[in-house]
Design a protein around this ligand. Structure first.
Ligand code: LLP
Length: 420
């Protein structure tokens, strides 16, 4: 198992932070998401330490994994939160109410009720993505007599090498306001009642592994901050967004070294700027801490192809289907069997329901367990009920102790909102 993952083998059995994964699957059933809480905490602290020289707040991007237990843990470490909906705001309120003042509200389609809830909660910053949104926010702020502190999410027109679905920083993308126009829009915002320009924000995409695009976009944003200050605005927050990537394959990955490189690049372009820096990491904190544990239901051969059919499907982990994402798949108990090439697929009625095509691994048989690694980010948070399947349970392992943090859904849960 490559560096950066909290999963490893003790003799022939997969463990997470010292806890036996097969025992967890037996106790809580499958499919089961298992997270190493200590690694999540360690990653957050890694970022906090690397940016210690700069006043900053790490605002965890809730969408990556919105487990209340994980949010509570990160809140306890001083993290704020990056949210994109009224639902995520409610999660912060339930898990870490004391962090509501450290919330940034991102997203291209905020609704009036969500703005109202965020205004009343006293969040730190709205990252506004269009002039039309700015007008609605001003109207809501006036109606509630609460000033909305805003940043415009600027689109820096920086290219970041990643999957097209998760790249956001080019002018052809739907996100943000072109940086060239930002000063003019800030000028309008400053005159609006109920609106206080307090920051500038940027987010160029996700799973970005080189630091240059981050540095380039922060450089452009920093220049804008200076201009706006010159225009008389009290801009004190610089939100550098999320997007810091991890390694999904088997290449070496040293998270501490990568964070040091990222921090050095950003601090260099910030060059002592008197701003409070906001970071919105999601994936980097939770991806490698999690695995989806699933049991093999059947194996079969069709023509030349061998299929391994698991009890987890694309509704539980959609990343391979949606982004052609690679996830390592490992046995929970190692066998001495021959390596074979197989497709690892789920039970959902779609050919797109697969976890891997033509994967080489030691033969696995019905009844045995495998783990899909690096599934902590955008796994459970993207899970659906497709095919009327209940969502998996979630277990958080902290300090060597495993705790169920979300029970498996029941058929009752599945149909709870429906009216016959
Ligand atoms: N901030 C904003 C404004 C975002 O849109 C995102 C992610 C983040 C922060 C956190 O990005 P991260 O640090 O996690 O890369 N479902 C896809 C990823 C979608 C990312 C959406 N925005 C996947 O599974 O790869």
């Amino acid at each position: 198992m490559s560096a950066g993952r909290p999963f490893g083998y003790e003799k022939d059995r997969l463990t997470v932070a010292g806890v036996d994964v097969a025992a967890l699957a037996d106790e809580f059933g499958t499919p089961l998401y298992v997270y190493a809480g200590d690694q999540i905490a360690e990653r957050a602290q890694m970022l906090q330490k690397a940016f210690a020289a700069q006043e900053h707040t790490v605002c965890y991007a809730v969408k990556a994994n919105s487990s209340l237990a994980i949010m509570k843990m990160l809140g306890g470490l001083g993290c704020g939160f990056d949210i994109v909906s009224g639902g995520e705001l409610e999660r912060v309120r339930r898990a870490v109410p004391e962090a509501l003042g450290k919330v940034v509200f991102s997203g291209v389609g905020k609704q009036a009720w969500e703005m109202d809830a965020a205004l009343k909660a006293g969040i730190m910053l709205f990252n506004v993505e269009s002039e039309a949104e700015l007008e609605v926010l001003a109207a809501r702020a006036q109606a509630l007599r609460i000033t909305a502190k805003i940043a415009l999410r600027v689109n820096p027109d920086v290219f970041a090498e990643t999957h097209p679905y998760i790249s956001t920083g080019l002018s052809e993308h739907k996100f943000g306001i072109a940086i060239a126009r930002a000063r003019e829009v800030y000028g309008r915002a400053a005159k609006m009642q109920g609106i206080e320009p307090a920051g500038v924000s940027v987010h160029i995409g996700s799973q970005i592994r080189s630091v240059e695009p981050f540095a380039e976009s922060v450089k452009r944003v920093r220049a804008l901050v200076e201009e706006l200050r010159g225009d008389g605005m009290d801009i004190r927050l610089l939100d550098a967004g999320g997007g810091f990537g991890v390694e999904y394959g088997n290449a070496a990955f040293d998270p501490a070294a990568r964070v040091a490189e990222y921090a050095a690049a950003l601090l260099k372009v910030l060059d002592g700027a008197k701003v409070h820096l906001l970071l919105e990491p999601g994936r980097f904190l939770v991806a490698q801490a999690g695995a989806l544990v699933t049991r093999v239901l059947y194996t079969k051969v069709n023509g030349k192809k061998k299929f391994v059919i698991t009890d987890a499907g694309m509704n539980d982990l959609i990343r391979p289907s949606l982004y052609q994402a690679h996830h390592e798949i490992v046995p929970v108990v190692v066998s001495e069997r021959e390596t074979e090439v197989a497709d690892i697929v789920g039970p959902v009625c779609e050919s797109g329901d697969f976890f891997a095509h033509d994967r080489s691994m030691a033969e696995v048989r019905a009844g045995e367990l495998v783990a899909l690694l690096d599934a902590g980010a955008y796994g459970m948070s993207l899970a659906s009920h497709y095919n009327s399947r209940v969502k998996p349970a979630e277990v958080l392992v902290s300090g060597g102790v495993a705790r169920l943090v979300r029970r498996r859904e029941t058929l009752e849960d599945l149909m709870a909102g429906e009216i016959l």
